[in-house]
Design a protein around this ligand. Structure first.
Ligand code: 5RP
Length: 231
């Protein structure tokens, strides 16, 4: 799978042109994209790029690779955002956030003229929520008060914890994540997004709807499958 992630990550380099302002996603697939970007800059194949990282981890890696970084507000609108996904459905709607960076990822995507997703074939699903839980970022205050609400929406909620310590996982924004498992998948992603976002204390969800313009998937044969959103 790592080879297929590398294939997808490196393929995204073809979407980048010198002078672009780029949102840099988070995760193991994005690490391959960052490596390719760093190499292209070092070799002079690309120049004058500015990146906006979606996590402290991505910022640290980009720094190591010599990719210049900026604050989001300094460079909007972005020309491009490149990020991984946990699930991709046939209409290119996504679940993201198993890496815990969903809020910053969504803020970066909303400022990008074009959002390119890089993935391995294991991320492709017929229906969202059938393989991955849906991450929901919540403020720590009163987080348990949401559990019944999530259950009424048909989900089995579980607070994300850090390793074996049992301590709540903290996002880069100091929030908790509740992972929602839907036994039969998510039948109405838009309705669910509206219900979740309408609740005070819920900061953001990992549903990325109507945002991906292109999905690049590394395939076992060594080629790249390109799926573009219908205009
Ligand atoms: C992080 C994300 C990642 O893009 C997603 O979890 C995919 O990660 P990976 O490339 O490691 O499979 O949404 O918040």
């Amino acid at each position: 799978m790592e080879d297929l992630k590398r294939l997808a990550g490196r393929a995204a380099l073809r979407e980048v042109e010198s002078g672009m302002k780029i949102g840099l996603g988070t995760g193991s697939t994005v690490r391959h994209f960052l490596d390719a970007l760093g190499e292209a800059l070092a070799q002079g194949e690309l120049r004058d790029l500015l990146g906006v990282p979606t996590s402290e981890a991505t910022a640290a890696r980009a720094h190591e690779l010599g990719i210049p970084l900026q604050e989001l507000h300094e460079v909007v609108p972005l020309d491009l955002a490149v990020d991984g996904a946990d699930e991709v459905d046939p209409s290119l709607d996504l679940i993201k956030g198993l890496g815990g960076a969903l809020l910053r990822e969504k803020m970066v995507v909303q400022e990008a003229r074009r959002f390119v997703v890089i993935a391995d074939p294991g991320k492709m699903v017929r229906r969202l929520g059938t393989q991955a839980p849906l991450p929901v970022e919540v403020v720590p205050f009163g987080w348990r008060s949401h559990l019944t609400f999530f259950q009424v929406l048909g989900a089995q909620p579980r607070l994300r914890t850090r390793g074996e310590s049992g301590e709540p996982f903290l996002t880069d924004n100091g929030n908790h994540v509740v992972d929602l498992t839907f036994p039969n998948g998510i039948s109405d992603p838009r309705g669910l997004q509206e219900s979740l976002r309408g609740r005070a204390g819920v900061v953001e969800t990992g549903l990325f709807l109507d945002s991906a313009a292109l999905v690049l998937v590394g395939t076992a044969g060594g080629s790249i499958s390109r799926m573009e959103r219908n205009p």
